[in-house]
Design a protein around this ligand. Sequence first.
Ligand code: G3H
Ligand code: ZN
Length: 304
Amino acid sequence: MRSLRQILKSAEKNKVAVGHFNVAETSQLKAVFDAARELGVPVIIGTSEGEAGFLGRKQAVAAVKSLREEYKFPIFLNSDHTHSFEEVKKAVAAGYDAILFDGGTLPLEENIRETRRVVKYVKSKNKNILVEGELGNIGSGSTIRKELPKGLALSSSKGAATIRPEDLTKPEEALRFVKETGVDMLAPAVGNLHGMFKDAPEPALDIERIKAIKQALRQAQGKQVPLVLHGGSGNSDSDFLAAIDAGINIIHISTELRAAWRKGLEKGLKEKPEEIAPYKLLAYPVAEVKGVVYNKLKLFNKLY
Ligand code: G3H
Ligand code: ZN
């Protein structure tokens, strides 16, 4: 079976993106897996520190690995937004396929120093684990929010709302970060935000900046550095397609899945007020989440 690294190479070549979806329990995992399998496209499962704490790191690895082996299917597990070195160690020991060390809000020098330390440690244990670094503030928390994340503001220029350029990742900093840390993948701040507004569109992505970062990274150590777009909930389909064409290789979605899960559960409880079998009630959130994942994967893989 192809490795995640090989899958990212073909995603780059074919100008598609691999979908990354966060889960905290097995009904979400089932929904994501069923959608990916139906479409026959690779998929990445993410667990944040909170989600991993609920599900268990070894248990998450066992569940994803069992699907990969039983169905010979390219499904991988990422330790998403791992903030501490201790959690990095746990993810390596448990057998994750990829780790995002999130130093995004640290001052640049400290982010470089800490991320480099993580890359060195992970690679000393297992060269095949991919390490992603984060550069820039994209807020935190997959929640329905009422305002922009702290420290970010909208640009005053006319047209679609966008985050101020000074809050976004600079191409030259991205190049320096990748060169000095040795990360395999980079998560930049390009107008993307964690969480989503309930009744308002998300700010537009800065497509020109994605292109400029991609261009700058082409010079890094002569290797291709996949770009990861976090905070995908609420962004428009046209922005996603433009972002993929500009060089994004992985797209993260979580808030929309959480909202779909809750909506499905409420529907199940309403339609079956007497039901007590979890698997019968959970069929509702599975269907809702699967629908969201299916549509995102279709879009990201340009299956239309
Ligand atoms: O790492 C998780 C993602 O970046 C999710 O972001 O909740 O805005 O979809 P989202
Ligand atoms: Zn994220």
